[in-house]
Every structure is written in structure tokens, then in C-alpha cells.
Design a protein around this ligand. Structure first.
Ligand SMILES: Cc1cc2nc3c(=O)[nH]c(=O)nc-3n(C[C@H](O)[C@H](O)[C@H](O)COP(=O)(O)O)c2cc1C
Length: 203
């Protein structure tokens, strides 16, 4: 999608639903506005270039010993990789995630260069995904992370071998209209967003 279209969709997305977090302290707009939609704009298509800024943000995230253990496999709606990922989605994920423009498999290298266990492998991947999500949000693309998929089947079908390990799948694309969802999922989509208070997890 051309950058101006991403911008346009961003504005439309805001018109559809912002779902902005209610915060006790001021935070960056892009953080307050990030959320995980299930309704995606089914008319939107993306290319690798559209995801370039988000992968660039992931690239510049910190990692233990700068090992950068992350890697990603991207499927775009309509291609073989996308279909292979969709085939492994479980539960509700199988109904909404196929409408995203892209599905991104997140992978980490569990070993260091010297062959030792990298205890930070998943931590570092998670941080790279956080950077990816925020940059995507800034570019008008929503990201919905998923752990609900058949990891063994996906590992086999994508040919991911040790020491690489699949961790999550990301649904990526411009958010859509909640009215396109089933009643049950629309209710969840429109439910107030909840979080613990900062005082409950900081002492
Ligand atoms: C590791 C991980 C796994 C998740 N798995 C799923 C999933 O399988 N299906 C789903 O609908 N949401 C999944 N989520 C999304 C969370 O439910 C969501 O981030 C959380 O409810 C907070 O909502 P928000 O992202 O809109 O603020 C997952 C999120 C993470 C970080």
C-alpha cells in the first residue's frame, strides 16, 4: 500500500474506532492508540515495502550481547505462506485472523554463536516485536499477536529447524469495522479495555 494510502487508512481507522487507552500518566499517542483488533480491513493489501518501517524498528531494538536472535516469515493474504499459517490457527483466531493483510511468524534463535543456550532469546524477540508493533501503529497498521496456533504443524510446514523456534504469529493490517465480526467477537472488540493500575505492579 502506498504511504499516502496508509495515512488515509489511519484516518479512516480513527473514524471507525480509536479504542485509545485511558491513562493515569501521559504517554506517547502511538502507545495509547495501540491495541489488538480482530476486525481487519479486508479490502487492504500490503507488500513487503509497507512492512519495511516496522521491520526496521525491530532491527534497531536492543538485545543481549547484540545477538539479534529474531527472524520473521511473512505471508500476505492470498499467498502460500499465508494459507499455511491460517491452516494452523486455533479457536477464534481461525475466524478473524485470515482477514488481516499479512500474517508474520516470529522466530527466535535459542542458541548463542558459541552454541550455548541464549536465555534472552524470547525476551529479545518480544522486544523486537514490541518495536515492530509500535512502528506499525505509527504507520496506520494494527498488529494483533497470537499464541493460539498449532506450533508443531507450523514448524513443519515452514521448515523451521532447531535452534530456531517459532514463538508467535502476528496479524498485521489496517483495522476494520467491528460490524464485520460475529456478535460475540464484536462484543469483545467493543468492550472497555482494562489494565491493572500502575501501583499494583510497581513497588
Ligand atoms: C504472546 C501473546 C499471545 C497472544 N495470543 C492471542 C491469541 O491467540 N488470540 C487473541 O485473540 N489474542 C491474543 N493475544 C492478544 C492479547 O489478548 C491482547 O494483547 C491483550 O488482551 C491486551 O489487549 P490489547 O493488545 O488490545 O491492549 C496475545 C498477545 C500476546 C502478547
Amino acid at each position: 500500500m502506498a504511504p499516502f494510502l496508509v495515512e488515509l487508512v489511519h484516518h479512516q481507522q480513527k473514524a471507525i474506532m480509536t479504542n485509545r487507552a485511558t491513562t493515569s500518566f501521559p504517554i506517547l499517542d502511538v502507545l495509547a492508540e495501540r491495541w489488538s483488533p480482530r476486525a481487519f480491513d479486508q479490502s487492504a493489501t500490503l507488500t513487503m515495502a509497507d512492512l519495511g518501517p516496522a521491520f526496521e524498528a525491530a532491527r534497531w531494538s536492543p538485545s543481549a550481547n547484540n545477538l539479534q536472535p529474531w527472524s520473521f516469515i511473512v505471508g500476505f493474504r492470498g499467498d502460500e505462506t499465508f494459507d499455511a499459517i491460517v491452516a494452523t490457527l486455533s479457536g477464534f483466531n481461525a475466524s478473524w485472523a485470515p482477514h488481516a493483510s499479512a500474517l508474520v511468524v516470529t522466530i527466535t534463535n535459542t542458541l548463542t554463536a558459541s552454541g550455548r543456550q541464549n536465555v534472552s532469546a524470547r525476551y529479545d524477540l518480544g522486544q523486537a516485536v514490541a518495536h515492530f508493533s509500535i512502528q506499525a501503529q505509527a504507520n496506520g497498521l494494527s498488529v494483533h499477536q497470537m499464541g493460539g496456533f498449532d506450533i508443531e504443524t507450523l514448524t513443519d510446514s515452514l521448515g523451521v529447524n532447531e535452534p530456531l523456534e517459532i514463538v508467535t504469529v502476528l496479524a498485521v493490517g489496517p483495522a476494520g469495522d467491528p460490524a464485520t465480526l460475529s456478535d460475540e467477537m464484536a462484543e469483545r472488540e467493543l468492550a472497555p479495555r482494562e489494565r491493572k493500575d500502575v501501583s499494583e505492579f510497581v513497588r
